[in-house]
Write a protein that binds this ligand. Structure first.
Ligand code: AMP
Ligand code: MG
Length: 338
């Protein structure tokens, strides 16, 4: 049992956290996407502490965070030319690239795979933590496995109090959903997990962007998938969420006739709830706002004890695809198309 410290950001608090990392401990680390639970990516015992703190399945690989391109050649055996172009265009930023790993990356980090996901975050604190510790940092989202990802230090504290020594509190995460994950094939990019860097933006770098089936379809537990994280139950609040795929008017009339007064509605804006009797929570008018608010709203559903929730359906393009992908999993793929 740790006495979990929550520290404001300063060079000295980041140095303190870097010392913990060097000593083989885990640290709650802010990034621009969501808060991560960081440890030395090269030390299997340190990485094992991440899996233990989260209760994460061992075959679900971790993303390795670097602060500069010079760290990359030590970690991977090949950097395809498309990957170089993606790095130039989107790093530092919310893009993870799957590359063939060198032996220095332990199988504990890669979930037993011979590839590793690498990302260069833009958040200054994350970059300093990497620099001060002088190590690549393995970091999955800092939530208990299965819970919504944390976008505030308080979310990390709620899940990890007693399980980790320290959290660096850098306020709310700007993006709010996890990084875009891509793999490289002969002449194409395969999108394994949508994020803030959209399929449309990636197609400016490489014409062929294939959206993996797992992005919007449920994957059976026993199936071997390109992105192991996609098969697990995810982001799930206790509430039973149904996505209503329709326009505003149809959503409103569906809720007026089907929802009981105890049900909760997840709308884009407050105004959409005018005249409806149910409790309404707005999660954002634009895809970017929805991404930034989604996980906080999913946690709020638990706090208010919501049982049944009807949610407006995010756009399925641009950043909206990332929001849709997460909300689908939170809703256990329940969608009503009107
Ligand atoms: P999280 O750390 O919670 O953001 O989840 C990271 C996700 O990235 C994993 O669950 C995988 O879906 C994906 N990922 C990480 N490394 C790999 C890899 N080597 N191959 C395929 N997918 C990966
Ligand atoms: Mg996660």
């Amino acid at each position: 049992m740790y006495k979990t410290k929550v520290l404001d950001i300063s060079d000295s608090s980041i140095r303190f956290a870097a010392e913990l990392i060097k000593a083989g401990e885990t640290v709650g680390m802010p990034t621009e996407t969501v808060y991560g639970l960081a440890a030395n990516a090269l030390d299997p015992q340190a990485v094992a502490k991440i899996f233990k703190a989260k209760g994460r399945p061992q075959d679900n690989p971790l993303i390795v965070h670097i602060s500069g391109m010079k760290m990359l050649p030590d970690l991977v055996t090949d950097i395809p030319s498309t990957a170089k172009k993606c790095a130039e265009a989107f790093w530092p930023g919310p893009l993870t690239m799957i590359l063939p790993k060198k032996e220095i990356i332990p199988l504990t980090t890669s979930g037993g795979l011979d590839t590793v996901g690498i990302r260069m975050p833009s958040n200054e604190t994350a970059r300093k933590l990497i620099d001060f510790s002088g190590l690549p940092l393995a970091a999955p989202s800092a939530n208990l496995s299965g819970s919504p990802s944390p976008t505030k230090a308080s979310h990390v504290f709620n899940d990890m109090n007693g399980r980790i020594p320290c959290i660096l509190d850098d306020g709310s995460c700007a993006v709010g959903v996890e990084s875009t994950v891509i793999a490289f094939e002969e002449n194409s990019i395969r999108l394994l997990r949508p994020g803030f860097i959209s399929a449309e933006e990636l197609s400016d770098i490489c014409e062929n962007v294939i959206i993996d089936k797992g992005v919007i379809e449920a994957v059976a537990q026993d199936v071997k998938v390109a992105s192991p994280g996609m098969k697990y139950k995810h982001y799930a609040p206790k509430a039973d969420i149904t996505i209503i795929d329709s326009g505003t008017a149809a959503f409103r009339s569906y809720c007026a006739s089907h929802a009981s007064d105890d049900d909760v509605l997840m709308l884009f804006t407050e105004a959409e709830g005018t005249g409806l009797t149910q409790r309404c929570i707005a999660y954002g008018a634009t895809s970017e706002e929805q991404a930034a608010n989604l996980f906080d709203v999913l946690r709020e559903l638990d706090i208010i004890g919501a049982k049944k929730v009807y949610a407006r359906c995010p756009a399925k393009t641009g950043v909206g695809l990332a929001v849709y992908n997460r909300l689908l999993r939170a809703a256990a793929f329940k969608v009503i198309k009107l």
